[in-house]
Design a protein around this ligand. Sequence first.
Ligand code: TMP
Length: 239
Amino acid sequence: MERGKMVYEGKAKRVYEVAQPDAYLVEYKDDATAFNGEKRGSIAGKGEINNRLSAIFFQMLEKRGVRTHFLGHVSAREMLVRRVRIIPLEVVTRNIAAGSLAKRLGLEEGGKLSSPVVEFYLKDDALGDPLINRSHALALAIATREQMDELEQSALMVNEILRAFLLEKGLLLVDFKLEYGVLPDGRIVLADEISPDTCRLWDVNTNEKLDKDRFRRDLGKVEEAYHEVLSRVEAGGTL
Ligand code: TMP
């Protein structure tokens, strides 16, 4: 597929215009960053794996009634998506204490949470993506009350679907980050990506980390972890 103008380059993806006016081409890169870009590196094969995994997850979610931006597979590193205006929020859902939640609240990593936690972070690199609450989002006119409700309900629904799906593959969905976009007609759709870059995934038996924390925390076997997730997700069918 012919690429038009590049409209966005992020840390892990590039987005291009295409002839189809309501679509974008997304190219997944091997580049990896952490800590707001302070740590930089590359994970061989990550672009292809994240493209493949995101496509599988988006198709699986669509089948179960979650509207996403996914339109189709293009090539090993590329997918076609709907053009949306990205809502500048990172919607993080957590099932088990880990990462910044464990740190902020003094919880042990791996500690049980009685119910899933949904958090909103403002997408702003200069500020380091600060945690905000719903009233901040309303006050900053980032989203309406109804849209915030929809984001939270959608994140919880995605959590239930993904958690069950991954558990069957021997993966514990510890936490994950979603981004949403708005279509020209005002409807909200799930956008961005779902991959080991944006999820914490632990082996259900050993709690071994099989996600980007291996890169963030210099745990080694980074590429192997991404390959392991893909092969487990693809084993036994995906839909
Ligand atoms: P955190 O514990 O560092 O706040 O991360 C929560 C989840 O969000 C985790 O699954 C990783 C994901 N995440 C991203 O996708 N992008 C980011 O920039 C950060 C900080 C976390």
